[in-house]
Design a protein around this ligand. Structure first.
Ligand SMILES: [Ca+2]
Length: 344
């Protein structure tokens, strides 16, 4: 714990310098884009879309599949890459690729995360017989390199959305520390004042606890960090008419999502009446808006056993600590998931 606090203190010294550097870099980048941009950059600027990378442990909890569906339906973002994280990398890459293909978005590259071991999980029946080599788009064998290259080559700052443990992101920072000056980090991580299920007892939240060392690396890097801890993301479910609207939607992405949920769910009855907790969808929302949430600037320190502790000496980040309007978020989620897939 002491070590983490020391690291945070060390980082706190150059933060002003980093902020200034980032501001100058952004200004320069936008000037370059405005003056002599390529067609692609010009289009991106004209559309105003936010370049994003999704780093996901899709294939364990089902909420990542909901998050990917929401991301694909969000016109505010330009999806540059989706990478599987935290082991089982081929299983995760196949899930991502088949889901993107279902959405008609094979323009989106897929990255294979670290530790390319075999192994599968509760959605493996959905990708049974699916060959990753048949994916018409780009598949990066080295997902960490793909994260680095995507960020370093982007003419605009990239938003890196992480919705699982973060070994890929920590490895990317070790290989190329400059990514922290060209990207901002948005994560579903931690438990600040509430634990699982709205409990008053904080938890060592899974995405942090599963690889606390990597989370410490990511949470002390000199980039802009925004997180949704359990305090907000741990409260989101769809029930009643809201859930039925997704369950009965004829949209191919919504249908694939529900098919995955039925395969994943141990409680078949539940899959017909309500969603599980949809933690990761809130991180997707924070990539393009904060309107429905109360955001606080807090110093957050990650302990070795996976807790996220408020510590004024630690790096300050934007933390979604409570909802202004969770019902409006649920309505938006339903509209997005059942609505049209966003165009590239
Ligand atoms: Ca996840």
């Amino acid at each position: 714990m002491k070590k983490a606090a020391t690291q945070a203190t060390l980082w706190s010294i150059p933060i002003q310098t980093v902020v200034t550097t980032l501001a100058v870099w952004c200004a320069c980048t936008y000037a370059t884009v405005g003056e002599s941009a390529s067609g692609t950059a010009k289009e991106a600027e004209a559309s105003g879309k936010i370049p994003v990378i999704l780093d996901t442990d899709i294939g364990d909890d089902i909420d990542d599949t909901w998050a990917l569906a929401m991301l694909l339906k969000s016109p505010e973002v330009d999806i540059k890459l989706v990478v599987g994280d935290q082991g089982k990398s081929l299983y995760r890459a196949r899930l991502i690729a088949k889901f993107l293909e279902t959405a008609g978005r094979t323009d989106v590259p897929v990255g294979i995360g670290l530790d390319p071991k075999s192994g599968d999980g509760p959605q493996s029946d959905w990708v049974k017989g699916y060959d990753l080599e048949s994916y018409p788009g780009k598949v990066h064998q080295d997902g960490v390199k793909a994260i680095i290259d995507t960020i370093m080559k982007s003419p605009r700052p990239v938003t890196l959305i992480a919705i699982g443990p973060v070994p890929n992101v920590a490895a990317a920072l070790r290989r190329e520390p400059r990514i922290s000056k060209r990207a901002r980090f948005v994560g579903m991580h931690g438990s600040v004042r509430l634990g699982y299920g709205g409990s008053k007892k904080v938890s060592a939240e899974y995405n942090v606890r599963a690889d606390a060392k990597s989370c410490q690396k990511v949470f002390t890097a000199p980039w802009d960090i925004t997180i949704t801890p359990l305090d907000t993301c741990g409260l989101v479910h769809l029930r009643g008419e809201k859930y039925k609207a997704v369950r009965d939607s004829k949209d191919p992405v919504a249908a694939a999502l529900i098919e995955n949920y039925r395969i994943w769910s141990k409680n078949k009855k539940q899959a017909e009446s309500r969603s599980s907790t949809l933690f990761d969808t809130v991180a997707v929302y924070l990539a393009f808006s904060e309107k429905l949430l109360l955001m606080e600037k807090l110093g957050i320190r990650v302990t070795d056993d996976g807790y996220t502790v408020i510590d004024p000496a630690a790096k300050t980040m934007s933390v979604a600590t409570s909802w202004k309007d969770m019902a409006a978020f649920e309505d938006l989620l339903v509209r997005r998931v059942t609505g049209p897939t966003a165009k590239p």
